[in-house]
Design a protein around this ligand. Structure first.
Ligand code: UDP
Length: 417
């Protein structure tokens, strides 16, 4: 068996206050006929990034609903993760080199991992391209059993073709494929039933629950941030698609209008993202020693509580991505009643209602302009923050996503509520 990830206990009943009685009841109703089912969630990292974040909540809640769920993590290697990061970039549109050697490195880990997948799960939910090919190996070995769903968290609308040609036949074997948005699905996908389900955040997690004002002051002091001065925050892995260099450029324009502004950029270094350190160095270089730009990673002890505090302390949250599957950090910021200035792309467009919960921006200049506007206008910040909170409550909390998953599973395995 692959390595499994231990998760804390969580109970659906505890979500009544955050999500509402009705949402809890609806979820229970959909789960009832699926009780006793065994579900395997398979991804490539137990830490860092959005998928790990989701599974940390979904797995215990599914178990609480009576669906026996195990979270397994594919065992990679440095070479393999270098290849899968290139695949990730290529599938989001970057022209990367794709060599037979890279394909061989990928297959090597896939075959080893497929051998460790037990055959007694009813449903398999496989996340992203990293583990996608295990199904083909199982089929070739005559070991395919149960239902297989591929959950693609990235934007496949304009992939680099050579890499997509490699993956297309691998994902077309699945019974269903879930994308965040219809425009992310590739027209070439034929075979799997398509479902469009946006991700969600857990309102009760350490990252999202309310924090006392004392804790906020304490944490900010520990990280050298002045709570009395304006704060802009971007929380993201250090990755070109998140445009950390563009965020610094925007901050520099903002500072001309709001000289005492501070910028916090926090990004954990995920184990499946070998580019992180290199891009952190580039960002550090671009910071050029500015003491009001604070770059933090998990290596400085920035964990869920600290991220929560930074988001709560922000006057404006920025997510200046160039490509973005969903951007959980956007929902996290909106849930905390913050206006979000986000890149006009992918899943950010689904979350930010331009002019209502924040602004969608296309470049550094418009990003800076909107941030200045918000920093100058507390009433606007409050209004947009409140609207954002309501939007997340209605559409982007964990129970809604679980309900959507279970409806799809019920259709695939042929049971209905
Ligand atoms: N995150 C974190 N610490 C960091 C940076 C990110 O805990 O230093 C979390 C962040 O709060 C969010 C997730 O990692 O929950 C990132 O998910 P998102 O969908 O925004 O981006 P991804 O990394 O999956 O591309």
């Amino acid at each position: 068996m692959l390595a499994t990830v231990p998760v804390p206990d969580k109970h659906v009943a505890d979500y009544v206050e955050a999500a509402g009685e009705e949402a809890v009841e609806r979820l229970r109703e959909v789960a009832r006929p699926l009780r006793g089912l065994r579900l395997l969630q398979l991804n490539s990292t137990s830490f860092g990034g959005g998928v790990a974040e989701l599974l940390y909540t979904h797995v215990p809640l599914l178990n609480d609903l009576g669906i026996g769920t195990t979270w397994a993590v594919l065992q990679g290697s440095d070479d393999y993760f270098a290849v899968t990061k290139a695949v990730h970039n290529a599938l989001q549109g970057q022209a990367v080199e794709w060599t037979p050697q890279m394909a061989a490195t990928y297959w090597d880990r896939i075959v080893a991992n497929a051998a460790e997948i037990p055959d007694d799960f009813d449903v398999h939910l496989v996340h992203d391209p990293q583990p996608a090919a295990v199904l083909r190996v199982l089929e070739e070995q005559g070991r395919r059993s149960g239902t297989w769903i591929w959950r693609c968290h990235i934007d496949l609308s304009a992939p680099h073709e050579p890499v997509w040609r490699f993956f297309e036949p691998l994902v077309n074997r699945y019974d269903a494929a879930i994308f965040t948005l219809p425009e992310f699905a590739r027209p070439g996908i034929e075979g799997p039933r398509l479902a469009f389900i946006p991700p969600s955040i857990d309102p009760l997690s350490v990252k999202n629950r309310p924090v006392s004002p004392e804790t906020i002051v304490e944490v900010l002091a520990a990280y050298g941030i002045d709570p009395a001065r304006p704060i802009i925050v971007q929380v993201s892995r250090f990755d070109p698609w998140k445009d950390p260099l563009g965020v610094i450029d925007a901050y520099r324009l903002v500072r001309k209008e709001v000289p005492d502004v501070q910028l916090i950029m926090a990004g954990s270094l995920a184990t499946d993202d070998p580019e992180g350190l290199r891009y952190l160095d580039l960002t550090e270089e671009h910071r050029a020693g500015d003491p009001d730009i604070h770059l933090f990673t998990n290596l400085q002890g920035v964990g869920d509580l600290e991220i929560n505090v930074f988001q709560q302390a922000a006057w404006v949250i920025v997510q200046k991505s160039i490509r973005e599957g969903f951007g959980l950090v956007v929902a996290e910021g909106m849930w905390k009643r913050k206006p979000v200035v986000g890149g006009n792309t992918g899943g950010i467009r689904l979350q930010v209602v331009d002019g209502v919960t924040g602004y969608l921006v296309d470049d550094v200049e418009s990003c800076a302009r909107r941030v200045v506007e918000l920093l100058m206008d507390p009433a606007l910040r409050d209004r947009m923050g409140q609207a954002g909170h309501e939007r997340v409550r209605e559409r982007f909390l964990s129970l809604r996503e679980l309900e959507d998953h279970l409806r799809l599973i019920a259709e695939l395995v042929g049971v209905g509520p």
